[in-house]
Design a protein around this ligand. Sequence first.
Ligand SMILES: NC(=O)c1ccc[n+]([C@@H]2O[C@H](COP(=O)([O-])OP(=O)(O)OC[C@H]3O[C@@H](n4cnc5c(N)ncnc54)[C@H](O)[C@@H]3O)[C@@H](O)[C@H]2O)c1
Ligand SMILES: O=C(O)[C@H](O)COP(=O)(O)O
Length: 311
Amino acid sequence: MKILNSFSLKPEQRQTLEAAGHSVIDADKLDDATAQQIDVVYGWNAAATRVNFDRLQFVQAMSAGVDYLPLAELAKHHVLLANTSGIHAEPIAEYVLGVLFTISRGILPAIRADRDMWTLRQERPPMTLLKGKTAVIFGTGHIGSTIATKLQALGLHTIGVSAHGRPAAGFDQVMTDVATHEAAGRADVVINALPLTPDTKHFYDEAFFAAASKQPLFINIGRGPSVDMAALTQALKNKQISAAALDVVDPEPLPQDSPLWGMTNVLLTPHISGTVPQLRDKVFKIFNDNLKTLISSGQLASHQVDLTRGY
Ligand SMILES: NC(=O)c1ccc[n+]([C@@H]2O[C@H](COP(=O)([O-])OP(=O)(O)OC[C@H]3O[C@@H](n4cnc5c(N)ncnc54)[C@H](O)[C@@H]3O)[C@@H](O)[C@H]2O)c1
Ligand SMILES: O=C(O)[C@H](O)COP(=O)(O)O
């Protein structure tokens, strides 16, 4: 197979592929003639868009979300696509615990106040106890379920919302997205762990925030465009949402003049919640197993994306 390296193969990973008889072409060395002969793409960048989709068999994305790939074009040419869903679940769940406690236990205002923080000792910042509260997590897949398991262990009541409504580990209850506004009304904490698809763009809109009647904390670790950012900003101003922790925003980077920068109840991070230890090794393992299975059976071993659903 001719494999386009559009991510970052380690030297020993390249050797493994070459020892198996494959040739590896680095994205920055791709010429037009070779672009026509690529069978497999590892990762995805601008060079990958130049390959001949009629010839292409398989793309291994290095991310869990595949919203940035040309899904319709891949489907039209019957290209198999795999993601890395699962490897980000533990890091993201730990991030969620971090931002939850930072906000619920008054740590954020103390960090912001810096050396003036002693005034907070008298005028206590708003603080809540998470134990006994209800967390509603949208998306009950790898990430949603791992977050729910940790929150359940802390004594929160966990409600999941998914496309199918099936029970999932860590959830006391799972509803379908038909019940989205009902679930929003029960939430003390809302967490977005949905993939970005045509169905989930602006999932969190003015009507959603109006339905969130318990002034929940809002956490987004899914994708920025699932949130109508103007509606969220207004909901924060109106106190329909008490505070927000946003690892992903729309657009990224967040513009310098966004009103969110000035809000004391907003915690922003630069799309880092899913940082995975040994990322290159984990992605390569999924890829190499898929490549071997593709050659032996024409199918993928795991992580195949449903190109129609988009996740
Ligand atoms: N912030 C980060 O760095 C980071 C890292 C990894 C993943 N992500 C994002 O998180 C997303 C989820 O990842 P995952 O591995 O948990 O995915 P997953 O495929 O395991 O789970 C997806 C879940 O979303 C649900 N879903 C999909 N469409 C829905 C809809 N319209 N209504 C209700 N539920 C719906 C599915 O039923 C499923 O429960 C990724 O697609 C990616 O966009 C972000
Ligand atoms: O979906 C993911 O896996 C994470 O958001 C990381 O993806 P990125 O590398 O495309 O930001």
